[in-house]
Design a protein around this ligand. Structure first.
Ligand code: NAD
Ligand code: 0WE
Length: 266
């Protein structure tokens, strides 16, 4: 029997089969969870419905996190269908594309800053607030996806850095407030993965190579590896873990610096 058997899970952020959220859905389905999905806009609805079908789910609901009415409607639909919720996965991030190239101070705008923080950080708190009544008192957990750019200055990650820093602070504030209700809140800081969001970034291939060479394991991570860590963190196996950021990055963040392989004394 899987370690998520009987858990009702809401997964946001599936845009394609390469989405980190898809890797999480697959791992959680394998471990016996019952899944519900959200999609952003009618264009990606069929893709999300297809993945849901593969995971034995027919609960697929619209969600654009910039819309309060859609957050309310999603909560209402889940309440009607399930009345409770055990796991909420937040795998959503966005900044206007033109802010993710060049320098931070060269590109940052008031509007870009607001949009990045609204969609990438505030949405976790907003959904946590809405879903809290369905999750309280039942060994439940919330999970979000973050990146090293929250705590280090990463070239071209720019405004997403401050937005992820805000998201990680949300993890701690939400964990502190929801702990008494037995709701855990954690984040996974994933290494770079070529998803749709990443495909929109100029020079992403170079960054993947750099991450590979600089990591302890000398390789990059997969959505399956992030999915397995997510399944663990959201299960009762992790009942003592809350407010934490777990790095699933092949050990990139722990390195001081790396030498080329042929310079290392064997
Ligand atoms: P992805 O493009 O597959 O997923 C991003 C998702 O965000 C999409 O499903 C998109 O629909 C959703 N989204 C954007 N704006 C939204 C809105 N207004 N309302 C609702 N949904 C919205 O890319 P991904 O790489 O799987 O990204 C998932 C999460 O993982 C993001 O938070 C991202 O920052 C984070 N992350 C990605 C990487 C990476 O290298 N790919 C590394 C670490 C963390
Ligand atoms: O969080 C991310 C990517 C987030 C993202 C991607 C896009 C592309 C399309 C946010 N907004 C947009 N807007 C778009 O229009 N990652 C962790 C992946 C990523 O993005 C980078 C990275 C890494 C790693 C950008 C620059 C440098 C490194």
């Amino acid at each position: 029997m899987g370690f998520l058997t009987g858990k009702k899970v809401l997964i946001t952020g599936v845009a394609s089969e390469r989405s980190i959220a898809s890797g999480i859905a697959e791992a959680m389905h394998r471990e016996g969870a019952q899944l519900a999905f959200t999609y952003q806009g009618e264009k990606i609805r069929p893709r999300v419905e297809a993945l849901a079908g593969e995971c034995g789910s027919d609960l697929v609901l619209p969600l654009d996190v910039t819309r309060d009415d859609e957050i309310a409607a999603l909560t209402e639909a889940l309440n009607r269908r399930w009345s409770t919720l055990d796991v909420f996965v937040h795998s959503i991030g966005f900044a206007p594309r033109e802010l993710l190239a060049g320098g931070y101070l060269q590109t940052v705008t008031r509007d870009g800053y607001r949009i990045a923080h609204d969609i990438s950080a505030y949405s976790f708190a907003a959904l946590g607030q809405a879903l809290r009544p369905l999750m309280r008192g039942r060994a439940s957990s919330m999970l979000t996806l973050t990146y090293l750019g929250a705590v280090r200055a990463v070239p071209m990650y720019n405004v997403m850095g401050p937005a992820k820093a805000s998201l990680e602070a949300n993890v701690r504030y939400m964990a502190a407030e929801l702990g008494p209700e037995n709701i855990r809140v954690n984040g996974i800081s994933a290494g770079p993965i070529k998803t749709l969001a990443a495909a929109g970034i100029r020079g992403f291939r170079t960054m993947l190579t750099h991450a590979e060479k600089g990591s302890a394991l000398k390789r990059n991570v997969s959505i399956e590896e992030v999915g397995n860590a997510a399944a663990f963190l959201c299960s009762d196996l992790a009942s003592g873990i809350t407010g934490e950021i777990l790095y699933v990055d092949a050990g990139f963040n722990i390195m001081g610096f790396s030498l080329p392989a042929d310079d290392v004394d064997a």
